[in-house]
Design a protein around this ligand. Sequence first.
Ligand code: 6PG
Length: 253
Amino acid sequence: MNDAAEFRVHADASALAAAAARRWQAIAAEAVAARGRFDVALAGGATPQTLYRLLAHPEWRASIDWGATHFWFGDERCVAPDHPDSNYRMAREALFDAIDTPPAQIHRIEGERAPEEAARRYEDTLRMQFAPAADDPPRLDLVLLGLGTDGHIASLFPDTPLLDESRRWVGANRVAKLDAWRISLTLPLLNAARHVVLLVSGEAKAAIVGEVLGQARTALPRYPVDRLRPAGRLEWLLDAAAAARLDPRGTLQ
Ligand code: 6PG
């Protein structure tokens, strides 16, 4: 576990979403001031939807420079963009439809293509956008991640090949337990980020949080999330239900 990580526990899911929105707003403002743009990789799944809907509300929407924002995705299911399982569809319905980010700045993973082709095209898009001098991965300003009950992040599941990818930035991952292919950013790209924020909510996550952050934690990377060692800041934002097995750390925000 990354000992430099920061942890904050919030009363419930809505307080967690408000805290995440404040972090988004601060990181976005800092990025736009410094570099004229804000590059954020969205998490999929259920947890971040409350945050995305909150950011779409008028009082939050007005406080963020959506025109300077570039959206990326931490991962995507291998489905069409209008499929109920699509992370892109979830984000479009919860956030994109309410803001004025130019469509060309919403970089979705093409889940409808063959997995390896989708991964290669996404990496090409990143290269075109960031034109890295060397082969170093681009430094996204913010990477949002959820946490699976098995300790997966993005679509880097335990015991899957992509977890050990050390060179490519995006890959296709065969996830046997889901009997499905996924496309995911890899650890080299995730760990290049200026800020990584993990959003963890609900009692279903209490066990894995206790394993990863609690007394049982070890220096050995037992879970994919243990391999997160971003060049920038790593922040865990939890609600009380997800943190139920932790000793009191700090106070409820
Ligand atoms: C996805 C996500 C995945 C998710 C975790 C937690 O595409 O599903 O990227 O990594 O963050 O599985 O999902 P929940 O927030 O739904 O618990």
